[in-house]
Design a protein around this ligand. Structure first.
Ligand code: SF4
Ligand code: FES
Length: 248
């Protein structure tokens, strides 16, 4: 398969950046999207040019590092799939593929396709933890938890913090991410001690990082590689509202 790849090139955070088109001949359809970029980079290095900077780590869909907008869609548009798990068989011979970084004020571009997503880390630091002593694994297994709560909590916990929800949202809202983190802990007995403080602190941290507000367009849910439901945003709003009212 022969492709043309239009890639966002930007030297550093100050550079204006621009798209540069590269030929990608003989692409194997079994390659992942990142493996295709590796081959593009090897050719650039062989020609003495700067390789394209992009983030990746696990390449198994579990770490959330591979933050790429592919043909205008965060993670490339395959439902429930990260960019690292997207395969070239979903593209066709002769296609021009556009690759760019997440675009959001709170995720500044550092270089080429690499963005600074430390804003998410600071939101987690504001409340995405529990500080009660929960004992060992056997102790956890002796606490009865309703099956529906355990399932909902596990669904929320599957958020990998990739930021695609922000990249897809016209408001650059981080509410799907924050609601997943708030809900995953609030649903379990171990997380209830700090429940109110957590919701308030994480929402405040989200606002102070410059993320926008949710207007329920659903674009976040559509691109989320872990298919986190919009229902978690409604749950977070209830958590936050209850905490504010109680502490008035
Ligand atoms: S909610 Fe989905 S899209 Fe947003 S950070 Fe979590 S896994 Fe990524
Ligand atoms: S590189 Fe880890 S999720 Fe894609």
């Amino acid at each position: 398969m022969n492709l043309k790849i239009r890639i966002w090139r930007q030297k550093d955070a100050q550079d204006r950046g621009q798209f540069v088109e590269y030929d990608a001949p003989d692409v194997n359809v079994e390659m992942s999207f990142l493996e295709m970029l590796d081959v593009v980079n090897e050719r650039l290095i062989a020609r003495g040019e700067e390789p394209v900077a992009f983030d990746s780590d696990c390449r198994e869909g579990i770490c959330g590092a591979c933050a790429l907008v592919i043909n205008g869609v965060a993670h490339g548009g395959q439902r429930g799939t990260t960019a690292c798990q997207l395969h070239m068989r979903h593209f066709h011979d002769g296609q021009t593929i556009t690759v760019e970084p997440w675009r959001a004020k709170a995720f500044p571009v550092l270089r080429d396709l690499v963005t600074d997503r430390s804003a998410f880390d600071r939101i987690i630091q504001a409340g995405g933890f529990i500080s009660v002593n929960t004992g060992g694994t056997p102790d956890a297994n002796t606490i009865p938890i309703p099956k529906t709560d355990a399932d909902d909590s596990m669904d929320a916990a599957s958020c990998i913090g990739c930021g695609a929800c922000v990249a897809a949202c016209k408001n650059a809202s981080a509410m799907l991410f924050v609601s997943a983190k708030v809900s995953h802990l609030a649903l379990l007995p171990q997380g209830k001690v700090e429940r109110e403080r957590r919701a308030v602190n994480m929402v405040r941290a989200m606002d102070s990082e410059g993320f926008g507000n949710c207007t329920v367009t659903g674009s976040c849910e559509a691109v989320c590689p872990k298919e986190i439901s919009l229902n978690f945003i409604a749950r977070m709003n209830r958590e936050y509202g209850a905490a504010i009212l109680k502490n008035k």
